[in-house]
Design a protein around this ligand. Structure first.
Ligand code: MF3
Ligand code: CO
Length: 249
C-alpha cells in the first residue's frame, strides 16, 4: 500500500529533508583533498543530533554510520573509512534522518578538487536524470515513467543505469512502497497521487551496469571498476506538481 501524506505530514517531511539538505550542503563545502569519510560522517552525525533528529541509516540492518560515502567506483552504501580523499576523486554522500517521526533522505555526488571531464560529465548526466525523473512526479503519471526518463537520458549519453538498487516511497518509514526502478517501460505501475512522497535516486555508471558488494557486506562497487554517481531527492507529489523537499537553495 502506498501511503499518501496530509499537508501536515508533508510539512514534517519538509523539515526532516531540510535538515538533510543543510547537512549535505555543509559537507559539500568541507570535501577537500586530505579529509576522510570518517571525518565527514562525524560532522554529519553531530549536525543531525544538534537538530534533535536521529540518523536514519545508523543501525538500519546493522549499517554502522550516519552517512554513506561512496568513492569513485563505489556505487552506494560505502561505509566511511579513514582513507583520505584525494584530488580528482568523486564522492557520493547519502544521508537519511528521522525528525519528529518522519524521514528525510537525499544524496549528492561531489568532486574532490579538480576532476576529469569524464567524471564531471557523469555527475551532470546523473543530476540531470534525477531532475527529469522528478519532473515526472505529477498527479496522474505512473511510477515507471520516472525510470523510463532516467534510463533514456543516461543511455543516450553512453552511460548505464544500476538495476540492483531502487528509489522508494518515504514517510514514517525510510523505505515505503512503491519501489522506483531507474529503468523500464513507461506507463506501468501505480498511478501517482497527491500526497505521495518519493525518494528518487538514480545510480549511474560510466561503464557497464553490473555491480557487486564488497566483503564488508555493504559497499556496492562497479564490476568493471568504472566511476559511479548517485543523486537523490525526496519529492512530494502535489496538485501544483513536484515539490523537492530536500532542495538546497
Ligand atoms: N538512500 C539509500 C536508500 O534509500 C541509503 C540507505 S543506506 C542504509 O536505500 F544504510 F540505510 F541501508
Ligand atoms: Co533512499
Amino acid at each position: 500500500m502506498i501511503v499518501c501524506k496530509s499537508p501536515e505530514e508533508v510539512a514534517k517531511m519538509r523539515a526532516a529533508n531540510a535538515l538533510v539538505a543543510g547537512v549535505l550542503g555543509e559537507l559539500r563545502e568541507v570535501v577537500k583533498p586530505g579529509i576522510t569519510a570518517q571525518e565527514l560522517d562525524a560532522v554529519a552525525e553531530m549536525r543531525v543530533r544538534e537538530a534533535g533528529a536521529t540518523p536514519a541509516f545508523k543501525g538500519y540492518h546493522g549499517y554502522p554510520a550516519t552517512l554513506c560515502v561512496s568513492i569513485n567506483d563505489a556505487v552506494v552504501h560505502g561505509i566511511p573509512s579513514p582513507r583520505k580523499l584525494v584530488e580528482g576523486d568523486i564522492v557520493s554522500l547519502d544521508m537519511g534522518v528521522v525528525l519528529d517521526g518522519y524521514y528525510g533522505d537525499s544524496a549528492v555526488t561531489v568532486g574532490v578538487g579538480t576532476i576529469s571531464d569524464a567524471a564531471a560529465e557523469l555527475l551532470d548526466v546523473t543530476r540531470d536524470a534525477l531532475h527529469l525523473a522528478i519532473d515526472c512526479a505529477r498527479v496522474g503519471r505512473r511510477v515507471s515513467d520516472l525510470g523510463y526518463a532516467v534510463q533514456t537520458h543516461v543511455e543516450s549519453r553512453g552511460f548505464s543505469v544500476v538495476r540492483e538498487f531502487v528509489g522508494h516511497g518515504i514517510g514514517t518509514q525510510l523505505h515505503e512502497e512503491p519501489q522506483i526502478p531507474n529503468y523500464g517501460t513507461p506507463g506501468r505501475g501505480p498511478y501517482l497521487k497527491e500526497g505521495m512522497v518519493l525518494a528518487i535516486e538514480p545510480m549511474v555508471n560510466a561503464g557497464r551496469a553490473a555491480v557487486r558488494v564488497l566483503d564488508d557486506g555493504w559497499t556496492a562497487v562497479t564490476v568493471d571498476g568504472s566511476l559511479s554517481a548517485h543523486f537523490e531527492h525526496s519529492v512530494a507529489v502535489s496538485k501544483d506538481g513536484p515539490v523537492i523537499l530536500s532542495r538546497l537553495d
